[in-house]
Design a protein around this ligand. Sequence first.
Ligand code: UDX
Ligand code: ADP
Length: 460
Amino acid sequence: MNRVKKITCIGAGYVGGPTMSVIAQKNPHVEVTVVDMNQTRIAAWNNDDLSQLPIYEPGLDAVVQEARGRNLFFSTDVDKAIQEADMIFISVNTPTKTYGKGKGQAADLKFIELCARQIAAVASTDKIVVEKSTLPVRTAEALKSILDNTGNGVNFHILSNPEFLAEGTAVADLHNPDRVLIGGENAAAIEALVQVYEAWVPRERIITTNLWSSELSKLVANAFLAQRVSSINSISELCEVTGANVDDVSRAIGQDSRIGSKFLKASVGFGGSCFQKDILNLVYIARSYNLYEVANYWEQVILLNDHQKTRFAEKIIKTMYNTVNGKDIAFLGWAFKKDTNDTRESAAIHVADHLLDEEAHVIVYDPKVTAEQVYRDLDYLGTRSPEDNRRLVNVVNDPYEALDNAHAVAVLTEWDEFKTYDWAKVKAGMKRPSFVFDGRKLLDRQQLEALGFDYYAIGE
Ligand code: UDX
Ligand code: ADP
């Protein structure tokens, strides 16, 4: 197979946008076009003001600046981009189903199927189709069937190339990946994609497997990472009642090179678009093969995570004399982790929901999340009316405005800037007693206690 000259990516989101930007940056002779049906999103990717890119990722602006207009293009003309490409990445969203069979568990593949049908309808030359979205095992089979049955007689080779980048460090992860995984059946198609990555990734870090192993590995990698977080979070609850400190436990076990130190930070619960969805997927697949013990085992990772979020909210209520009705609770952070504006499945949403049920007044400050997004997240839950969400929740652009006069502070995201605040000034402006509930173990207990705060942290 010849070297790939033109790549198209369908879906200009958190995965497609950064990944294609780096592929274009490192392959100046390959023309890369990212298409999306969302016009606003494409306009934002084309914005001259690089601070207005639709997603926030450290270092992404520089990559886009280097490649955009040279060999990186963003467009809404999906058909044209399909027509011209040798290789098409599918990077559309695959949310958990909200209806029908597998509701709340299985991945909704309607966007993938629409893409496949569109590719089949438009393509008049052979294409390599690359699954980039996280998909249940054996989606490639469905993809191939749609392409072959509805296509114009051209050849489609399907590859699975799961994305392992983490948000907030996407550019660094793409520049220096631990591994790149490519699954497929056709050796020439695999080689064509290997060549794209070889432009900057050492060959020994590019793993090739069959399609199913590649698809499953993505789910399993996320399940293992999430499992570590739930494991340490389960221990955080034990620490709180026994007097051990979960950070000490993490450090002590993490130094064992067999265990390793990463993903052992206790928190208010993991969020993000992948962990929960991928585990639910794994659980769904296991159940569909009647592997109930396997399914129950992995489901427990999610149940523990739900418990951790609920437990944090209940700790706040209990500590504040069993009522938060009408009390001002300042939320520091809404994103599911620092250095991203992504809020999908963020623990903050569920903690807020719980407190709002008790008629608390929540004031949110997040350095990157907009007020519209906060309200959209709460409205999406459907727990109460949009009017009630706006009555009970304020979103502010200045952290001191959130903290002034508050009864309590809850740290939901580990943004570095929270550590640098003038906590003496905060204390002076807050109600007494002044509670801090640190869901990220971010702040300095000694400093805060010296200032007179009542400080509570997960796992202490
Ligand atoms: C994850 C995977 O890491 C990545 O490989 C995959 O491609 C997509 O899913 P992401 O969701 O961006 O990436 O973030 P990640 O850094 O994995 O964090 C997920 C959640 O776990 C966050 O809410 C984070 O705050 C939480 N977390 C992580 C902890 O609570 N403790 C930890 O020690 C690590
Ligand atoms: P991810 O985190 O997987 O990148 P996002 O939701 O951020 O998910 O991005 C997926 C993008 O895919 C969205 O911008 C959406 O508009 C786009 N998309 C979904 N289906 C199609 C389609 N059939 N054609 C073009 N774009 C699509």
